[in-house]
Design a protein around this ligand. Structure first.
Ligand code: NDP
Length: 283
């Protein structure tokens, strides 16, 4: 029987450690601040932002919300970010994706000061990560949270065969760098990969970040493999499911993150953790 990797439980532990750090900072008169920029009325974005805001408040982080209508100009967004860059009460700035088509998302990301780029998407931070530099910098929260999960479950990545499905800037690529930095042997497969399942079947660890339900099924893994399902998809009944379709009773997968309750809570916990780390680094 497949065992679950309990993201909710580990996220609780991470959040408790974050709260303790916030309390320590409070003794010095410091409150970490997270600014979240939301554009338009995309329901999923609103839900994510609400969850982030709620968690920040719960942990004692100052949450600064900036909401704009879908027709906001790029110049207004850029000016807002510049003013947050100069606000010493703000340690992390997050722009909720997706942005409307008339706004250049990359330009917006590059306006955020690298030391306030809590999502780790700025090219400077991506470069730091790929160079594996020995200094403090933010890293994309979903892959960073996955590394925390694997560490908590004592997964030995040194020399492990890791296959990442997907190569987006927010999950696949930073995941690849983190795995490489952890001395795994990494293969990244994507929509142009031929015979993709030959790779997943040979892997000790598979991270699937595609966004398609039934992308992978039971027979697509090595028995005993660790499977990290990042996908968040709605099935035909509107139920949230991951990329991996498996039978929990008969599957030969060793360990898997459930959806919901796996990677999702870790992403938010890591965002909070990183906001507080960035506050500490700034002192
Ligand atoms: P993107 O759409 O940006 O990237 C998807 C990737 O999957 C691309 O690299 C694409 O390849 C690849 N892909 C698409 N179809 C196939 C296919 N048939 N075979 C192989 N590869 C394929 O998505 P994101 O990375 O932003 O997100 C992926 C999923 O993870 C989504 O469901 C998203 O909701 C979820 N997510 C969950 C988070 C969480 O906290 N739980 C956080 C972030 C994302 P190519 O590059 O060739 O087009």
């Amino acid at each position: 029987m497949v065992e679950m990797i309990d993201g909710r439980k580990v996220a609780k532990e991470v959040n408790a450690a974050t709260k303790a750090k916030v309390e320590e900072l409070a003794k010095k008169g410091v409150t970490p601040g997270l600014a979240v920029i939301l554009v338009g009325d995309n329901q999923a974005s609103q839900r994510y932002v609400h969850m982030k805001e709620k968690k920040a408040v719960e942990l004692g982080i100052n949450s600064i919300m900036k909401t704009f209508p879908a027709d906001v100009s790029e110049a207004t967004l850029i000016d807002t970010i510049k003013s947050l860059n100069n606000d010493s009460a703000v340690n992390g700035i997050l722009v909720q994706a997706p942005l409307p088509a008339h706004i250049d998302e990359q330009k917006v990301i590059e306006t955020i000061k690298p030391e306030k780029d809590v999502d780790g998407f700025h090219p400077i931070n991506v470069g730091n990560l790929f160079l594996n530099l020995d200094k403090k910098y933010p890293v994309a929260c979903t892959p960073k949270g996955i590394m925390t999960l694997l560490e908590k479950y004592n997964v030995n990545l040194d020399g492990a065969k890791v296959v990442i499905v997907g190569r987006s800037s927010i999950v696949g690529k930073p995941m690849l760098a983190l795995m490489l930095n952890a001395n795994a042997t990494v293969t990244d497969v994507h929509s142009h990969t031929k015979n993709l399942k030959d790779y997943t079947r040979d892997a000790d660890v598979v991270v699937s970040a595609v966004g398609k339900s039934n992308m992978l099924t039971d027979g697509d893994f090595k028995p005993g493999a660790y499977v990290i399902d990042v996908g968040q998809n709605l099935d035909e009944n509107g139920k949230l499911v991951g990329d991996v379709n498996y039978n929990p009773e008969t599957s030969k997968i060793g360990y898997i993150t459930p959806v919901p309750g796996g990677v999702g809570p870790m992403t938010i916990a890591t965002l909070m953790q990183q906001t507080v780390e960035m506050c500490e680094w700034s002192l």
